[in-house]
Design a protein. Structure first.
Length: 122
């Protein structure tokens, strides 16, 4: 799982560098934050609400990434790296909390990671 996290981080870094090098002029954005519409929290059916929230945090990250990439906000895209690191750092703890549902959790995290990688490659 650490290897998958490393790949995501590497891909995020490369994507943000790629976006920085293609912009010839600095952005003329007047605000430092982009409002992200709230993502509807859905339950993934885990017995632990913390585990459900953990998986939902991937949804929040994906939504925020989509919004920032749509606006070409490379500065805030780069800041998302720390958010993803924080999510990934909770993985072992959440797998432990999931108990017998750990396989289901790992599958969902893999799906979310694949979705993130697909977005980054665009």
């Amino acid at each position: 799982m650490k290897f998958v996290g490393f790949l995501i981080m590497l891909t995020l870094c490369l994507a943000s560098c790629k976006n920085d090098s293609t912009s010839a002029a600095p952005a003329t954005q007047t605000t430092n934050s982009v409002q992200t519409p709230p993502v509807e929290k859905k339950s993934y059916g885990f017995t632990s609400e913390d585990v459900n929230n953990y998986v939902s945090s991937y949804d929040d990250f994906i939504s925020e990434y989509k919004n920032l990439s749509a606006t070409n906000d490379t500065k805030n895209l780069a800041k998302l790296e720390s958010k993803l690191k924080a999510i990934q750092s909770e993985n072992e703890k959440m797998v432990s909390m999931a108990g017998s549902e750990a396989e289901k959790l790992n599958q969902l995290v893999k799906e979310k990671t694949d979705e993130i990688n697909t977005l980054i490659k665009k």
